[in-house]
Design a protein around this ligand. Sequence first.
Ligand SMILES: Nc1ncnc2c1ncn2[C@@H]1O[C@H](COP(=O)(O)OP(=O)(O)OP(=O)(O)O)[C@@H](O)[C@H]1O
Length: 572
Amino acid sequence: MSVPARRRLKRLFALTRGRWVWLLLGIVLSLATLAGSVALMATSGWFITAMAMAGAAGATSFNYFTPAAIIRAAAIGRTLGRYGERLVTHEAVLRLLAGLRGRLFATIEPAAPAILDGLHGADAAGRLQADVDRLQGAYLTVLVPSAVFLVVLIAAPLGLGWLDPGLGFLALGGLLLGGVALPLTLWAGDRKGGGPAAEEAACLDALRGGAVDLVQGLPDLLACQAEGAWIAALEEEGRRLDAAQRRRVGREALGSAGGGLIAGLSLWGALLVGIPLVGAGALTAPQLTLVALLLMAVFEAAQAMPAVAQALPGVGRALARIDDLMSAAEAQPAPGTAPPPAASDLALKGVTFAYPRALRPVLKDLSLDLPAGGRLLVKGPSGAGKSSLIALITGLRRPDAGRLTLGGVDLAELDPEALRRRLAVAEQRVCLFSGSLRDNLLLGRPGAPPEALRRALALSGFGPVLEALPDGLDTQIGEGGRGLSGGEARRLGLARALVMEAPLLILDEPLEGLAPDQGRAILSGLAEALQGRTLIVISHLAVPTGLFDRTLDLSGPDLGGAVIDPSIGGVG
Ligand SMILES: Nc1ncnc2c1ncn2[C@@H]1O[C@H](COP(=O)(O)OP(=O)(O)OP(=O)(O)O)[C@@H](O)[C@H]1O
C-alpha cells in the first residue's frame, strides 16, 4: 500500500474513533437481518416441499410445529433486525457526522488563512459539506454491505459444500462472479480516477464554484457583459454532469440486471447439480428446495456489491481531499497558548515573509519598535506589503524568519484568542453582516453601551449618516452592508474597531473614499481620542504626518524590502 493510502486509512480510523461500537453493532444487525431472510426463505422452501411430498405419499402424520415456529421466528427476527439495523446504522452515521465535521473544522480553523491559499472558497466549503457527507455515507454504502458480503462469501459455500461440494463450489463461483467480477468490470475505470461517478463529483465541484462566483461577481460580470459567457460555461458543466449521471445510472442498471442474471443462473446451476443428487438419494427433494431458496437469499448480499464498487472512488476521493486539508493544517505550527501580556509594545526583529509559491518575499529583514501608545504610519505603493504586515501583526500569518513580539512575548507563543483581544483592526475590505448597525458594532464587544457605539460612529465620521437615519442604531444595513455606500461601510468598519477599545488599533487605508479634509479631520480626532493606545495607520494616500511619531516606508527600490524613514526617528 502506498504511503498516502496508508496515511489516509490511518486518518479514517482516527476520524471514526469513538464510534466503532455503533458501527460494529450496525454490521452485526445487518448480518442478523440477512440470516433471518435466509432462514425464512430456506425453511419455507423446505417446509412447503416436505408438506407436498408427505401429502402425495399419503403420510398420516407430519411435524409442522417445528418448521412453522422457525418460519415465524425468522420472519419476526428479520423484521426486528431490519428495524434495529436501520435505527443503529443511522444513529452511527449521525454520530459520525457530528464528530467528523466538527473535528475537520477544529483542525483547519487555527491554520487559516495560510492553508486556504489557492483553494476556492466554494471548494473549501465543499470539503466540509459534500466530502464529509460522502465519507459518512461510506459506512452505509460501502462498509456494511462489504462486511455482510464477506461473511456470506465464506459461510454460504461452506454451508452448501457441507451438503455437497459441487453446490459449495457453485455458490462460491456465483458469489465471486456477482459480488466481485461484475462490480470490478463495471467500475474498473473509476479506480484510476476516471469513470462517471468521479466525473460527476468533479462537475458538481466546478458547478458549485462557478455558481458562487456568478452570484458574488454578478455586478462585475454584468458591467463587463460577460454574464452570458459565464452562464454558458455553467450550462456546459451542467450538460457534462447530466452525461456523467446518465452513464452512471446506465451502469447501475447493468449492475442490477447482471446481478439478477448471475443469481438466476446460479439457481439453475443448483438445480442442475441438485436434481441428480436427489435421484441418487444423496439429497432429499425438500433439501433441494431449501438450497435453491437459500441461494436466492444469499445473492442479495452479492447484488449490493456493484453499488459498493461505484461508491468507492468517490469515497476515496473525499477521504484524500479531507486528508490533504487536514495534513496541510497539521503541518502548520501549532497555535501558542501564552496568556495576553500586560504591556502592548510591539516589536519586529528581522522579519522576512513570503507567500507560498511566491517568487520573492513581500517583506525582507524588517525591524521596528513601537512602544505602547505610539503612533505609526505605514506607507508605500499598492502591493508593497502593507496588508501583509497587518496579517503578521494580527497573527494570521507567521514570518519565515525573524520574530514579532507584543509586550515582549513572541506572537507565535501567544494564544490567538488572547492576541485578538489586544488588537482591533479596521480592514481595507470591511466585512459587514446582515442585521442592524448595532448588531455589526457589537460584534467585537457584545454588551457595549449605546453611548460607546455613538461615540465610535462619531469618531469614524459616520455621525452625520446616523443622524439622518430614522431608525438610528437599529437601521438594517442589508446583506453584506448593501444598504450602505462603500465609504459608509468603511467608516462603519472603523467604528466597529473603535468600539472594541483594544490597546492596539490598526487602520488599513482609513482615508480611502473620503474627501481630504474629512479624512484629515477624522484622523486628527482619532489621534486625540486614542491617548495612551497604540495606533497603526496604513495608507498610500498623503496623511498629516504630524499626527505620527514614526513612519515605516515600504516603498524602497526593491519592494520586497523595507526602507525605514529615519527622518522621524524612533524606528529601527
Ligand atoms: N494570499 C496571497 N497569496 C499570494 N500573494 C499574495 C497574497 N496576498 C497578497 N499577495 C501579494 O503580496 C504582495 C503584497 O500584498 P499586500 O496586500 O500586502 O500589499 P499592499 O501594500 O497592502 O497593497 P494595497 O495598497 O494595494 O492594499 C502583492 O504583490 C500581492 O500580490
